[in-house]
Design a binder for this molecule. Structure first.
Ligand SMILES: Cc1cc2nc3c(=O)[nH]c(=O)nc-3n(C[C@H](O)[C@H](O)[C@H](O)COP(=O)(O)OP(=O)(O)OC[C@H]3O[C@@H](n4cnc5c(N)ncnc54)[C@H](O)[C@@H]3O)c2cc1C
Length: 449
């Protein structure tokens, strides 16, 4: 059988199938690990983060038990043993602090909520070793990996298989397929899946910004909760936003997607910067007259790049944003404006243009991002310092949903899907859990589970 993609979803599917079936993993890149396992490698170990229990139709208890096995697998292959989010006394102090500053919303919930979670951090510099060891042991258990092998086409002669898989290195036939193409391969695979008859629908998309602050501003909380998850309900629109992917001592990074620039962030384990970055994401879904969230996200990304001068991120100091003026290169580090307090890790010049986010982004999203940061500043006042730096566009494209059963088998018999690219997860651990579910589905069909 074939697994497409060697990200966490594909690797954990292959791992669970190793020794039971003959497994070939096809990966376009020259290495395994996919997007995140090769970058920052924060492992979110809470069933409420990075996966949607309803979409997966599993209980919190079941997810918790599987996450424990995933964590164990990462540890076995050398992940750092430091666990964040376990110091109950200090977490309670944070929860207490939030409880004193939150306000009720008209819908009956709170405008700011802190969701504690257990987390580990592998680090961009060490995650690749963990992934390499894991790949080696999966290969040792009998799984074959074909790297630099791009799957180009999948066809089906008759229902139930076998699937005929055309790749850059030749053709393969397979009774089962686990497609785990990640966000990068999502739209290629969506077209392929539709041509095979798979039912898909549009899901929500996350559009937001990356915020960068001086390390001490956020240090008190990140020592307890490495990647603190704050949830907001914004006052003007009642929309839901959240903090995401915090990188204490980290770097803001550029991610290229379809020729456009997106912002992202990571952190090394061994070398720290004097800054912390995190995203604030606004979940957007569409109903009428359009539901195509992919196209919407693409247009937002292109327009923001256009506003950056054609092919650039837009960066703005919080002091400029709140004063209603654009940021400029000449004043970007101005001591008179307080901007010398924090030197961004991705300063203007390298694909980043100082400008005005309120021109570059949809109005409602700018309102939501601005209000979210103000809500956060009730708990962590320093985030609203004028030197705080905001970058756009940050967009998470996991907006195609597939109708699947409990083991992620689509309506096309023997076609299983897993991971971020098919809208079933939003992180390394969630993707790995998907891979396990799909593998179990196949083993059940083979009478081996
Ligand atoms: C910069 C960055 C930092 C991140 N940091 C974190 C973090 O700290 N913690 C966290 O939980 N998440 C993080 N993420 C998110 C995380 O990367 C994803 O949630 C996770 O990798 C999804 O796993 P996946 O297996 O679904 O897809 P991916 O990891 O994207 O893997 C999919 C694989 O499929 C391959 N592929 C696609 N199409 C084809 C094709 N046609 N033929 C062959 N191969 C194909 C791709 O090359 C890729 O290797 C980060 C992401 C980025 C970009």
């Amino acid at each position: 059988m074939i697994v497409i993609g060697a990200g966490p979803a594909g690797l954990f599917a292959a791992r669970a199938l190793a020794g039971e079936l003959s497994v070939l993993v096809l990966e376009e890149k020259a290495r395994t690990g996919g997007a995140g396992a090769m970058t920052d490698g924060k492992l979110n170990l809470s069933p409420r983060i990075g996966l949607d229990l309803e979409e997966l139709r599993i209980t919190e208890e079941e997810a918790g038990a599987r996450i424990a096995r995933i964590d164990e697998a990462f540890l076995e292959h050398g992940a750092d043993r430091t666990l964040y989010g376990v110091d109950k006394e200090r977490i309670d102090l944070w929860l207490d602090r939030v409880s004193w500053v939150r306000h009720p919303t008209p819908k009956g919930d709170w405008d700011i909520t802190l969701l504690p979670a257990r987390q580990r951090h592998m680090g961009t510099d060490l995650a690749h070793r963990v992934v390499a060891r894991m790949t080696e042991s999966i290969a040792g258990d009998g799984v074959s990996f074909s790297l630099r092998t791009k799957v180009e086409e999948i066809t089906l002669r008759k229902s139930g298989g076998p699937f005929l898989v055309r790749t850059s290195k030749g053709r393969f036939a397979s009774r089962y397929l686990v497609a785990a193409p990640g966000r990068e391969g999502a739209y290629w695979f969506r077209e392929v899946a539709r041509s095979l008859g798979a039912r898909t629908r549009w899901g929500a998309i996350d559009i937001g910004c990356r915020v960068e602050v001086a390390l001490p501003v956020y240090g008190e909380i990140t020592q307890v909760l490495y990647d603190p998850k704050f949830l907001f309900v914004t006052p003007s629109h009642g929309d839901r936003t959240r903090t995401f992917c915090t990188n204490p001592g980290g770097r803001v990074r550029v991610e290229i997607r379809n020729g456009c620039r997106l912002v992202n962030g990571d952190a090394l384990k061994r070398r720290k910067t004097p800054c912390t970055n995190f995203a604030i994401l606004n979940t957007v879904s569409m109903t009428e007259p359009l539901q195509d969230t992919t196209e919407m996200g693409r247009k937002v990304m292109e327009f923001a790049n256009f506003w950056g001068g054609g092919d650039s991120l837009v960066v703005q100091r919080w002091g400029d944003l709140t004063a209603g003026r654009r940021s400029k290169a000449e004043t970007f580090h101005s001591a008179a404006l307080g901007y010398d307090k924090m030197t961004p890790t991705l300063p203007p010049g390298r694909g980043v243009t100082p400008g005005d986010i309120s021109f570059a982004y949809p109005g409602r999203i700018v309102d939501n991002l601005r209000e979210s940061l103000l809500l956060l500043s009730r708990v962590i006042p320093g985030v609203a310092h004028p030197s705080t730096t905001v970058y756009v566009p940050e967009i998470k494209f996991y907006d195609t949903k597939y109708d699947t059963d409990r083991h992620l088998e689509t309506n096309v018999p023997n076609l299983f899907v897993a991971g971020d690219g098919v809208g079933k997860s939003r992180g390394i651990v969630g993707a790995a859990l998907n891979g396990m579910l799909a593998a179990e589905g196949i083993l059940r069909k083979e009478g081996k589970a």
